[in-house]
Design a protein around this ligand. Structure first.
Ligand SMILES: *[C@@H]1O[C@H](CO)[C@@H](O)[C@H](O)[C@H]1NC(C)=O
Length: 310
């Protein structure tokens, strides 16, 4: 059969990119496989790091029947699910403790963290958990880590005996939640991780070998947001700004405690469409659901009774 190859006039890359930036992710991925010029525009959009256009949310889930390494992504825009095969370790057995910019932050059965992009299957290991001072490795005779000692000491509390935990058990106690932020000044990402005991804050840039503690004087961090080199982090006691743009991290309390409620409420920071930062407070109530006899810090749920904007 004779094939006639016609040379089609090409749209300039910038115009292709403007058009592609308006697409929902599934359409964007399809557009990227049309031809090399469209693929180039698609790759460049992805490398910008942040798609400007807000996406219709997708629901990410795993199931036993789909398989150990398969994540299912339900697209609300298309009302259909995609099955995505992801790299080891098993996505079905990981905890998901945060997501943003297309990345999901996971904790595996060794209590180690990865960033994984379910669309592209890219995966990036985050620094080992033993680089945080509360976690001490215990080695077996082959030199492999077989358990962790989890210390609940902080500068503010008295010394207790550490808990000796199996590799997969650490995440029940230690991991609370994580955030990923895009740092436009270096074109890369910052991961901020809130861990126990007492909601402490560490961060890492991609490629770092260890986690860096942000503050040992403040604890009970609940949420944070990053803007122009400054991390705004909130505790039940107030709000602190960490300047991450220089070689030395500066910390400043920018808002004192604003509520008389104490204890179970959760505090979030959100950015309004008009740019203001808001705190959102909501009361927490444990849902008494125990898996394997444990309340999972990483998978707890809170019932919503009221919300308060400040
Ligand atoms: C782990 O903790 C136990 C006490 O709970 C202690 O006996 C042991 O020496 C610790 N091991 C390491 C490697 O820190």
């Amino acid at each position: 059969m004779e094939t006639v190859v016609q040379t089609m006039p090409e749209l300039p890359q910038e115009i292709l990119m403007d058009i592609f930036a308006l697409l929902e992710i599934p359409d964007l991925v399809r557009a990227g496989s049309v031809c090399s010029s469209w693929n180039n525009a698609y790759t460049r959009i992805r490398n910008i790091g942040q798609k400007k256009q807000a996406q219709t949310p997708c629901l990410l889930y795993t199931s036993e029947s789909a398989g150990e390494n398969v994540a299912c992504l339900y697209s609300l825009a298309e009302k259909r699910a995609y099955k995505l095969t992801l790299p080891e370790p098993s996505i079905h057995r990981r905890y998901l403790i945060g997501s943003s910019h297309g990345w999901v932050i996971t904790v595996d059965e060794r209590s180690e963290m990865h960033l994984v992009n379910p669309i592209t299957s890219e995966q990036i290991a985050l620094p080992p958990v033993i680089t945080i001072e509360q976690v001490e490795p215990i080695y077996d005779n082959t030199g492999a880590i077989c358990k962790y000692n989890y210390s609940m000491d902080t500068k503010m509390s008295v010394t207790r005996r550490p808990l000796t935990l199996a590799l997969g058990k650490l995440r029940y106690y230690f991991h609370h939640k994580a955030h990923i932020f895009y740092d436009a000044s270096v074109g890369s990402y910052i991961v901020v991780f809130i861990h126990n005991p007492f909601g402490q804050l560490v961060f890492a840039r991609l490629g770092d070998e260890k986690w860096t503690r942000l503050s040992s004087s403040y604890t009970n961090f609940q949420d944070c947001i990053y803007q122009d080199g400054v991390l705004y982090a909130v505790t039940a006691f107030g709000e602190i700004a960490f300047d991450l743009s220089g070689p030395v991290v500066g910390a400043k309390i920018i808002m004192d405690r604003v509520s008389d409620f104490y204890g179970r409420e959760r505090v979030y920071i959100v950015q309004a469409p008009w740019g203001d930062m808001l705190q959102v407070w909501r009361p927490g109530a444990w849902i008494n659901e125990e898996v394997d006899g444990h309340r999972h810090e990483a998978t707890f749920e809170h019932k919503m009774k009221w919300m308060k904007y400040i």
